[in-house]
Write a protein that binds this ligand. Sequence first.
Ligand code: ZN
Length: 259
Amino acid sequence: MNAPKAPKRIGASVSFVFVAVFASPLAHAQAISPQALVRAYPDHLAGADEASVQWRDGTKQPLSDGRADKSFDEKLRRASLLDQLSLPYKTGPLAQPPGPNDDPGRFRNAAFFDKMYGDCDKGETQKRLVDVPWVGGKAVRVTTVNGVADKLRAIRQELEQLPPPVKRLTFPSAGAFNCRVVKDTGARSMHAYGAAIDISIAQADYWLWRKGAYRNRIPYEIVEIFERHGFIWGGKWGHFDTMHFEYRPEFFAAKDKAN
Ligand SMILES: [Zn+2]
């Protein structure tokens, strides 16, 4: 399942081979358009073209870092925006466990999210955090940027309506804002931006605990609510983390003229 990743800025013939590889029903992959970023983050982005995104403050950020030869691990540690857009996230129930490196959303461009949510090591992120009551009543600290706090309030309302045995899996939250890096990559987690939440740890499964053997005990009823509000689920990653949800609306804004 270690399919070659998209080389950037290379000849058309090689690109064609890549498309053919990913045209298999299993992969079902098409890189997400940079326009999806603009649709997903309208408060911050004014536009995008083939080479860059334009921020509303007038700055331009290149999509590529000029590196066509990065390994999977390098993309996890130092993702370009193109890397960030390279693995589409599939909505809907999981038909089968994700492939080993099927990690849509785990490539995160740090400059992009630092600029949007702030750098927590400099205390910037913390200025935009609020406490939101979570299922069960205990508050979680999350960002107001991109309306994340309001979306989590709406998600909570819906989770509260679930049948008690399902609702029980959503609280107490195992954490939201946390100025930390991802255990295995050293890259900043979406928790460091206040844009991620871990639901109850009681029925959670994590790839590092399980030596990679996929298991999930979180029903799709819960996942569906988060997805509808722009959150992706860590249970859809080969490196699974089934209590984890993070706000990544670009994966739900992918429909455009290229599709
Ligand atoms: Zn998490």
